[in-house]
Design a protein around this ligand. Structure first.
Ligand code: OOG
Ligand code: NI
Length: 453
């Protein structure tokens, strides 16, 4: 008997949450804020879960995602195999070099609606692009340092091979697998470079130092789901967590779109550099906590409109790291996004967002979609966006690397290099939503026609 990949994923996500709360106490505070805000919302507003019917309210505040940054192609390929055991497949390609962050990324996540409902945990996984280090000697040092480390335990590797060979893991093996894989995500305060090299890496880009200097790709944040991100952000400030200046993504709306996120900034942590005969104390900022609130997935047309409006906002005002222009930024964001329709039916009819079709009470015949919707014979429910946003991700990266951390490193997007490193292609997120929508329409129409026959 094998355990389902979704069950392994749920157990892994819970184990990681527990580990991270112990490692980063401020994250524990954030989780408490989210739980309190969510409980309040559910008490006030029974319709708060209308977007995700059938959701288990006991798990509402559970982690939705986390993030790691890998150093080499081999690490990424093995990570992909490990995630596959947990039912997580690479979806989407994110080029962060456009925002001067020297990585490219994908999100490992469950794909089917049932798997997402069972446990939605995702890991935003970045691969360092060493070729963006300009200094050749430093580039070599970084590559040699990375080549020496082993980020997976023997047990994690052999259990992954076993799961691949046998098509799954028994309950006992699954438990060991979770414990072994957790080791890869653990924090190690001991740097594996000396302090001089660390400073040089920081000089090239803080993110490069974060990836290269440690024994493994420590989980750098976890992200529970909040039902009211603005209330949670206010509470973070009230409780003295160093919150990001603004919420990333679209403004608050009647019909939420895509993804809104905020975070508390990475904390200063004590690290140790190896020196002859002992250790030398140092500091690093790496780990933070984030929260997210999701809305409907947009079609390419909707996404183009979102990107255009956001670019219009940001051409006029960029949120300052110290929060000094946060109110002006939000006002501008809200004003510009008035151009984005804010009724479900408009979003549907204009082909801006993806929906799941259902069969309603109303009577109507034929295949004319607007008529069936008008009559209530078909119903619409938004398909939730399960992916990420590069501009938002860049904002999250930046606020946690020290907001001054921008480099001029720019490079052409390189999806095929990423896929070659991973050893398989990444799925196209739009195609996944499109297929869900099409399948639901077909099922609903079949059901209607059967009823009519
Ligand atoms: C990942 C940042 C991206 C998000 O929510 O957009 C991300 C990182 O800092 O490694 O997690
Ligand atoms: Ni995140």
């Amino acid at each position: 008997m094998t355990v389902s990949p979704s069950q392994i994923r749920a157990d892994f996500s819970a184990a990681m949450s527990e580990m991270y709360r112990k490692e980063v106490p401020a994250y524990g505070t954030l989780v408490e804020i989210v739980e309190a805000v969510n409980a309040g919302v559910l008490q006030r507003d029974a319709g708060a879960l209308a977007l995700t019917p059938g959701e288990d309210t006991n798990r509402i505040s559970a982690e939705r995602h986390g993030a790691i940054r890998l150093g080499t192609a081999d690490e990424l390929a093995m990570m992909g195999r490990v995630f596959a055991v947990m039912g997580m497949e690479p979806v989407g390609y994110y080029d962060l070099s456009v925002a001067s962050v020297p990585v490219h990324s994908t999100a490992f996540r469950p794909i089917g609606r049932d798997a997402l409902a069972e446990n939605p945990f995702r890991v935003f996984t970045s691969l360092l692009r060493l070729e963006l280090i300009a200094d050749a000697a430093l580039r070599e040092t970084a590559a040699a340092t990375l080549a020496r480390r082993r980020i997976f335990t023997e047990g994690a590797i052999s259990l992954t091979e076993k799961a691949e060979a046998e098509g799954g893991l028994t309950a006992e093996d699954a438990k060991r697998f979770v414990a072994e894989v957790l080791e890869t995500f653990r924090w190690h305060p001991e740097a594996c470079v000396d302090d001089k090299t660390f400073e040089e890496l920081i000089g090239a880009h803080r993110l490069i130092a974060d990836v290269v200097s440690f024994k493994g790709p420590h989980i750098n944040h976890l992200t529970p789901r909040t039902l009211d991100i603005d209330a949670a952000q206010a509470e973070m400030v009230a409780q003295g967590l160093p919150a990001k200046a603004v919420v990333e993504g679209p403004p608050r709306r009647a019909c939420p779109i895509l993804l809104r996120q905020t975070a508390f900034k990475a904390l200063n942590e004590a690290i140790r550099f190896p020196v002859e005969g002992g250790w030398h104390e140092g500091q690093h900022t790496a780990r933070f906590g984030e929260i997210e609130q999701r809305g409907v997935a947009l079609t390419p047309k909707g996404r183009a409109l979102y990107d255009r409006l956001l670019a219009e906002v940001r051409a006029e005002i960029l949120p300052a790291a110290d929060g000094s222009n946060a109110a002006d930024y939000v006002a501008k964001l809200e004003a510009v996004f008035e151009a984005f329709p804010d009724r479900w039916r408009d979003l549907h009819d204009q082909g801006l967002a993806y929906f799941k079709y259902g069969v309603g009470e109303g009577a109507a015949a034929g295949a004319d979609l607007p008529a069936l919707l008008d009559a209530g014979a078909l119903t619409l429910s938004p398909i939730i966006y399960e992916d990420f946003l590069p501009v938002s991700a860049a904002g999250i990266f930046q606020s946690n690397l020290g907001d001054e951390a921008r480099s001029d490193a720019q490079a052409a997007s390189n999806r095929s290099d990423f896929e070659a490193a991973l050893g398989k292609p990444v799925s196209d997120e739009f195609a996944l939503y499109e297929a869900m929508q099409a399948a639901s329409l077909k099922a609903a129409l079949d059901q209607l026609n059967m009823g009519a026959a």
